[in-house]
Design a binder for this molecule. Structure first.
Ligand code: NDP
Length: 320
C-alpha cells in the first residue's frame, strides 16, 4: 500500500480506503463484510469510513463494524486503523436527528461511539452543509467533539467550494483545522474540478473522493446487463437501474476501451485516474466481495497517464 499525507496534516492515509455505506448493514451477510474488512487490512487498507445512517437499517453498519473490531482488532490494533463517521443526514425522527445543529452532531457522535463500542473516532465529519444552521454552530460542534476527545480530526462532506472556504476559516480560528473533504468525484462526476480542489489545496485540506466508481458503473459490472446481485438490482441500493441509460452505457463502454488499451480494468483506471491528481489523498471505494477489492487494489500498479489517454477520457467524460 502507498500512504499519502492528508493535506498539511501529520496523518497519512492509504491511497485506497474502504467505505461501509453498502454491503455492511443489517440486511447484508455479516461474515461477508467481516471477510472483506479483514482482507482489506491485510492488504494495507488502514482507513474505514462510516456514517451514522449507513445500513440499512440506519446504524447497523456501525454496529456490525463494532462487532468486527471487537473480534478481529483487539487491543493495540485500534492504533493501526483510522475510523471515520459522520452526521448530517436524517438519522432519527423529530427536530434533533438531522442536518447540522450542535444538538444533533454531538448526540449523534455519542450514539455512533456506542454502536461501534469505541472511545473515539479518528475523523468526525459534517456530512452535509445545513442552510438553516449558522456554519459557526456546526463548526463549533466539530471542534467540541475534538476537545472532548471523541474525535481526533474533523472533516467536511458535500460542501461547495465557497462553503468549504468559509467553514475551513472558522475551524482554523477555533484551532481545529479541517483535515479532509469528502466530495462525490469520479470520471462521471467532475464537479470538484470546478473550484473545490483549488480551495482544498490552498487550505492544506486533504481530499477523499467518494463513489469513485460511480457506484459500480465505472467497472465491468453493468457492461452486459444488470446482474441480480448488483447494487442497481437491490431495492435498497442507491444506484437506480434507470441511471443505466443507453447513452451512459455507451460512455462506459468507450471508457472501458481506453482502460483496455492501458492494460487495466475499468475500475482500476477509474481509481488511478483520481489518484493521479496531487490534491487527492485517498480514494474511498465500496466493494461487495474480496475479488472486487483485489481488482481495485491493482489500480496502484499503474497510476501514470499519457496526455493521449487523458484526452481520450476527457472526450468521453468531459467536465460538464
Ligand atoms: P464505488 O463508486 O466504489 O462503488 C462501489 C460499488 O461498485 C460496489 O458496491 C460494487 O457494486 C461495485 N464494484 C466495486 N468494485 C468493483 C469491481 N472491481 N468490479 C465490479 N464492480 C465493482 O463507491 P460507493 O458508492 O460504494 O462509495 C464508497 C464509499 O464512499 C461509501 O462506502 C461511503 O463510505 C462513502 N460515501 C460517502 C458519501 C457522502 O455523502 N460523504 C456518499 C456516498 C458514499 P455491487 O454491490 O453491485 O457489487
Amino acid at each position: 500500500m502507498k500512504y499519502n499525507r492528508c493535506g498539511q496534516s501529520g496523518l497519512l492515509l492509504p491511497a485506497i480506503s474502504l467505505g461501509l455505506w453498502h454491503n455492511f448493514g443489517g440486511v447484508d451477510v455479516f461474515e461477508n463484510g467481516r471477510t472483506i474488512i479483514r482482507h482489506a487490512f491485510d492488504r494495507g487498507i488502514t482507513h474505514f469510513d462510516l456514517a451514522n445512517n449507513y445500513g440499512p437499517p440506519p446504524g447497523s453498519a456501525e454496529e456490525n463494524f463494532g462487532m468486527i473490531l471487537k473480534k478481529d482488532f483487539p487491543g493495540f490494533l485500534r492504533d493501526h486503523i483510522v475510523i471515520s463517521t459522520k452526521a448530517g443526514y436524517t438519522m432519527w425522527d423529530g427536530p434533533y436527528g438531522d442536518w447540522g445543529s450542535r444538538k444533533y452532531l454531538l448526540s449523534s457522535l455519542d450514539q455512533s461511539l456506542k454502536r461501534m463500542q469505541l472511545d473515539y473516532v479518528d475523523i468526525f465529519y459534517s456530512h452535509r452543509p445545513d442552510p438553516a444552521t449558522p456554519v459557526e454552530e456546526t463548526m463549533m460542534a466539530l471542534h467540541h467533539a475534538v476537545q472532548q476527545g471523541k474525535a481526533l480530526y474533523v472533516g467536511l462532506s458535500n460542501y461547495s467550494p465557497e462553503q468549504t472556504a468559509q467553514a475551513a476559516a472558522i475551524l482554523k480560528q477555533l484551532g481545529t483545522p479541517c483535515l479532509i473533504h469528502q466530495p462525490k468525484y469520479s470520471m462521471l462526476v467532475r464537479e470538484p474540478e470546478k473550484g473545490l480542489l483549488d480551495v482544498l489545496g490552498n487550505n492544506g485540506i486533504g481530499c477523499i473522493p467518494f463513489s469513485p466508481l460511480a457506484q459500480g458503473m465505472l467497472s465491468s459490472r453493468y457492461l452486459n446487463g444488470i446482474p441480480q446481485d448488483s447494487r442497481a438490482a437491490k431495492a435498497h441500493g442507491f444506484l437506480k437501474a434507470g441511471e443505466l441509460t443507453e447513452q451512459r452505457l455507451t460512455q462506459i463502454r468507450k471508457l472501458n476501451e481506453v482502460a483496455g488499451r492501458r492494460g487495466q480494468t475499468l475500475s482500476e483506471m477509474a481509481i488511478a485516474w483520481l489518484l493521479r491528481t496531487p490534491a487527492v489523498t485517498s480514494v474511498l471505494i465500496g466493494v461487495s466481495s474480496v475479488p472486487q477489492l483485489d481488482d481495485n487494489l491493482a489500480a496502484l500498479k499503474k497510476l501514470d497517464f499519457s496526455e493521449e489517454e487523458l484526452n481520450a477520457i476527457d472526450a468521453v467524460a468531459p467536465v460538464s
